[in-house]
Structure formats: structure tokens, C-alpha cells
Design a protein around this ligand. Structure first.
Ligand SMILES: O=C(O)c1ccccc1NCC(=O)[C@H](O)[C@H](O)COP(=O)(O)O
Length: 219
């Protein structure tokens, strides 16, 4: 099965071009004002044009209200919404019905028991994104460059479609693939030279590292 790869927190044409050149299946845009990766919905709408027919454009929101979601959907025209806050299953269902878009629900993982939280979202969320819990004091629910213990994913039902996220980079992706064998990957700060500054060379290195790790496993 093809491994989905989402490069998240894109803000520039160059970074987006590097993500697409590497073969990203998804490109993510952040709509959380405190994030160094924040983009205006209209600018994300301009950027995402380059991804049409190549990768799915994902709008990442955090407990957003309908007015902001309306603006994002109208101006950016996402292929998918990623809900990265404390949205309930009812709220996810409401948003899904309002926009008719696939929903990726982010859940924060520290230990195996946290995976129980997927249950009420099954049949509502189209995909999950498992991210690490933010460190104390962080204002960001995601994009913290922190990994969780990937081994907890080994016990997950094989039918659960998810992206592994949190602290991935070119150096650790081999271990992540070996320990969790996820159907998808998501990366943000691991391909940045500074918070919010994507580095096209690091993006390219990440894709190379993924390919090398997969070739090693197949050999
Ligand atoms: O990246 C952000 O700034 C962000 C802010 C608020 C909510 C979500 C955010 N990111 C969501 C993502 O999908 C990130 O790619 C994910 O958290 C992994 O980030 P990283 O650990 O830096 O690779």
C-alpha cells in the first residue's frame, strides 16, 4: 500500500514545490493564529492551486467556529479538514455534514490507553492523526517537534487509517516505520530551519530518508 505523506505548515511557494516534488500525498496549512506557521485563508487558497491533481490540501484548525471555518472553506477550498483541538465526535459530525469534506481528527498520544479515545470517532472521522502531547507551557497543540512512543501503535486495529505525527525527521523516520508501520506520516518542524520556516533541502532529505528506510525493509 502507498505510504501517505503530509508535509504540514506550508507558507511559501518554494516549500510547497519541494513537498510536491518529493511526492507528498497531502500538504497542510495551519489556521491557528498563535502558530508561526499561520497563513491567511486567501493566501492558502493561492498556494494550494499548485497542489491540484498532485496532493490533497488539508486545512488544519483548532476548535474553530463556523464563521472561521466558512471563511477557510470558501477561500482555501481544502480537500480535507484536520481538526486538531478538543472537538467532540458530535462536533466532527456537524462539521463533516456542513462542508461535505473528509475529516482527519487529531488525537494526542502519550501512552497506549490514549488510543482508546478513537472509539467514539470511528465511523465519523475519515482518518486519524496521532500526535504527541505538547510540552507543558506550549501554546501550540501541534507542531512542537516532539515524538511519542511509537510502539504503542503496534496494538492498533489494522483497519484504523491514520497518520503518524510528532517529532518526525530524516534521522528517526527509519525507526518510526519499523516500530509502527503506519499507513501515513505527517511532518512539520522536522523539515524547518527555524520555527515556521520550511527548508526545501530538509524536505527533500526527508523524502530520501523515507525511501531509503522502505528500500531497506523490502531488501
Ligand atoms: O504546526 C502547528 O503550528 C500547529 C498548530 C496548531 C495546531 C496544529 C499544528 N500542527 C499540526 C500538524 O499536523 C503538525 O504537522 C503535527 O503537529 C506535527 O508537528 P511536528 O512535531 O512539528 O512535526
Amino acid at each position: 500500500m502507498a505510504l501517505g505523506i503530509k508535509i504540514c505548515g506550508l507558507k511559501t511557494d518554494k516549500a510547497l514545490a519541494a513537498a510536491l516534488a518529493g511526492g507528498a500525498s497531502h500538504v497542510g496549512f495551519i489556521f491557528f493564529a498563535k502558530s508561526p506557521r499561520y497563513v491567511e485563508p486567501a493566501e492558502a487558497g493561492r498556494l494550494r492551486e499548485a497542489a491540484i491533481g498532485k496532493a490533497k490540501a488539508v486545512a488544519v484548525t483548532v476548535d474553530a467556529g463556523d464563521v472561521f471555518l466558512d471563511e477557510i472553506v470558501e477561500k482555501m477550498r481544502p480537500d480535507m479538514l484536520q481538526l486538531h483541538g478538543s472537538e467532540t465526535p458530535e462536533r466532527v459530525a456537524e462539521i463533516k455534514a456542513r462542508y461535505g469534506l473528509p475529516m482527519m481528527k487529531a488525537l494526542l498520544v502519550g501512552e497506549a490507553a490514549d488510543l482508546e479515545r478513537i472509539r467514539p470517532f470511528v465511523g465519523i472521522a475519515d482518518r486519524f492523526l496521532f500526535d504527541a502531547k505538547p510540552p507543558k507551557g506550549s501554546e501550540l497543540p501541534g507542531g512542537n517537534g516532539i515524538a511519542f512512543d511509537w510502539r504503542v501503535l503496534a496494538g492498533l486495529d489494522a483497519g484504523v487509517d491514520y497518520m503518524l505525527s510528532g517529532g518526525l525527521n530524516a534521522a528517526n523516520i527509519g525507526d518510526a516505520l519499523r516500530l509502527a508501520n503506519p499507513p501515513g506520516l505527517d511532518i512539520s518542524s522536522g523539515v524547518e530551519s527555524a520555527p515556521g520556516v520550511k527548508d526545501p533541502a530538509l524536505i527533500e532529505q526527508f523524502f530520501q530518508a523515507v525511501r531509503a528506510a522502505r528500500d531497506n525493509r523490502a531488501a
